[in-house]
Design a binder for this molecule. Structure first.
Ligand code: NAD
Length: 520
């Protein structure tokens, strides 16, 4: 094209570029030979300067992330806060807490923070697990004072004597594997476990989607199902069973997992397993009349329509009654008919139940104040009701409050508690006066403003590069643009530059090369 243009004579050139015209310009305007001042000189300089400064900031941030400063040592004259858990609430509190004023003990069986909203993406390999994990020592090592992190399970709280018992959770344990720790304040942020409602077979046969190891297990099982279905001479009925992925619970976890499964089928299985792709089936089982009960009706309708287009079967009004090794028994709530559904992989996402530690603590507190089965009842300052001297606080999914048990609520509660402990330290003199008057830290806490939560909206991925958003001001949106909004919101909410970079690379890698289908 370019060559043919060049081959054409000057008579065919654009009039403004003809040689004769250039020549005449040269004779009539001698000044045209003078060098022209570069255009956009300042814009270019500013852009270059900006790029250099930007690179400098990134380089400094990376350097800073790898070179923590020396820390203050443990100070016996300061009060000790024991924080249980490394989830949204506890980590957000730790992030904002001024540790100059306190000694801090952090106890959790998980030595990392997990960005749970992107966990469904890890089950199919859109994102790698390590990209959404942040080692907890990368955080504790940056606090002003040394933090005692113990990788272990808090197995018992003695509220009266203010002591916690911690059991080593490692697979390889030393001579000492249990220890008692005295605290002045205890912050319980241990999250919740999966609700199974006592349905037989769930714990034995279903996979959950709460922890990193759950996502790893689901990914392995999913690929197992595919390979077993592709095994020579596999019977048709067995192929059908192995390729039937059933998700129980139409809350955001179940919906987002089903959406990711659809993408995996659409983008990868169809290409790499053409012989079985047509048999792959996804069913979402929900006990109530609609999925995503906490979203507005128009977004529920949009989700159900998108799922229908994507051939993800939603079975509303259907409650699982029993789980067996290869099938589930469901009850259709409209017709009261029982049905058996064979499955290859079963993912259970029916919400939260309190952990044994929380149930044990509730049992030790006054029954009239701790009357919720969901978790620890707190007052407006997040103080656990009935805890001696107001020394125990609870936040996140292990607490029973008027807010939904979401990451957003837990992380605000964490920031609130960090701020509150800061105020408490500053109010030392008043605190001493209070103590002289026989009052407790609870009386000091209650002079501070209570926790107030402002909801910033809810987002959910529904598959096929579409998402829904329920935003403040009654704004309900759904579609591809919302998907990019969903991605950018999650990217900016990731805890560190390291996680943001890894997740952005994973998304790019997935778009360019597809998902990795090798089973580890
Ligand atoms: P959930 O409690 O929101 O939903 C569980 C669903 O399972 C319910 O719809 C329930 O009717 C259904 N169910 C219960 N028993 C059943 C049975 N036997 N058979 C069939 N269905 C059954 O649970 P979740 O999705 O795990 O979410 C937990 C919390 O985390 C919620 O507060 C949720 O809002 C929050 N969350 C939010 C997001 C987001 O905003 N994107 C993502 C994940 C979780």
């Amino acid at each position: 094209m370019l060559l043919s243009r060049l081959a054409k004579g000057p008579h065919q050139q654009h009039p403004r570029l003809s040689l004769s015209r250039l020549a005449s310009t040269a004779t009539t305007h001698p000044s045209a030979h003078a060098p022209k001042p570069p255009r956009f000189k300042w814009t270019k300089r500013i852009l270059k300067g900006g790029a250099v400064v930007g690179l400098g900031v990134v380089a400094w941030t990376i350097y800073d992330l790898r070179h923590p400063m020396p820390q203050f040592e443990w100070d016996p004259s300061k009060k000790t806060i024991a924080i249980l858990g490394t989830g949204w609430g506890s980590v957000s509190m730790l992030k904002d807490l001024d540790t100059e004023n306190y000694n801090v003990v952090l106890v959790s069986p998980r030595a990392y923070f997990l960005f749970t909203p992107l966990l469904p993406s890890c089950t199919v390999g859109t994102i790698e697990l390590r990209s959404i994990m942040q080692p907890i020592r990368f955080l504790t090592r940056f606090k002003k004072r040394e933090i005692l992190f113990i990788e272990g399970n808090c197995t018992h709280v003695d509220p009266e004597n203010q002591i916690i018992t911690v059991q080593d959770s490692s697979q390889i344990v030393g001579d000492v594997s249990v220890t008692d720790i005295k605290y002045d304040y205890l912050v319980v942020g241990v999250g919740a476990e999966n609700a199974t409602f006592g349905i037989p077979g769930v714990k034995e046969h279903a996979s959950f989607l709460k922890e990193a190891w759950d996502a790893r297990r689901i990914r392995t099982q999913l690929l197992d199902c595919l390979e077993s279905a592709a095994f020579p001479n596999q019977t048709e009925s067995e192929k059908e069973r192995l390729l039937h992925m059933v998700v129980v619970g139409g809350g955001p976890t179940g919906v987002e997992y089903a959406a990711e499964l659809h993408d995996f089928l659409h983008d990868d299985i169809t290409t790499w397993y053409p012989e079985i792709a047509g048999k792959f089936k996804i069913t979402l089982v929900e006990a109530t009349p609609h999925v995503l009960g906490m979203f507005p009706p128009d977004l529920i309708a949009y989700t159900e329509k998108t799922f229908a287009e994507n051939k993800v079967d939603i079975r509303n009004n259907t409650a699982v009654k029993e789980v067996r090794q290869k099938d589930i028994v469901v009850l259709n709530r409209e017709t009261q008919a029982l049905e058996t559904i064979p499955y290859g992989l079963l993912v259970w996402a029916t919400g939260n139940a309190p952990r044994p530690l929380v149930a044990d603590l509730i049992a030790q507190l006054p029954k009239d104040l701790q009357n919720q089965r969901r978790g620890l009842v707190t007052d407006d300052w997040l103080v656990v009701k009935g805890s001696p001297r107001g020394s125990i606080f609870a936040l996140g999914d292990c607490s029973a409050t008027k807010w939904a048990p979401t990451a957003q609520v837990a992380s605000r509660q964490g920031a609130y508690l960090a701020n509150m402990f800061g105020h408490l330290a500053n109010m030392k003199r008043e605190q001493a006066q209070f103590e002289q008057q026989g009052k407790t830290s609870l009386d000091v806490v209650q002079t501070l403003p209570p926790f107030v939560y402002t909801h910033m909206g809810s987002l959910a991925y529904v598959g096929g590069e579409k998402a829904i958003a329920d935003l403040p001001g009654n704004i309900h949106i759904g579609g591809m643009l919302t998907f990019y909004f969903w991605r950018s919101a999650y990217l900016s909410n990731l805890f560190t530059l390291r996680n943001r970079t890894l997740v952005a690379f994973d998304w790019m890698k997935c778009k360019m090369f597809g998902r990795d289908i090798s089973r580890e």
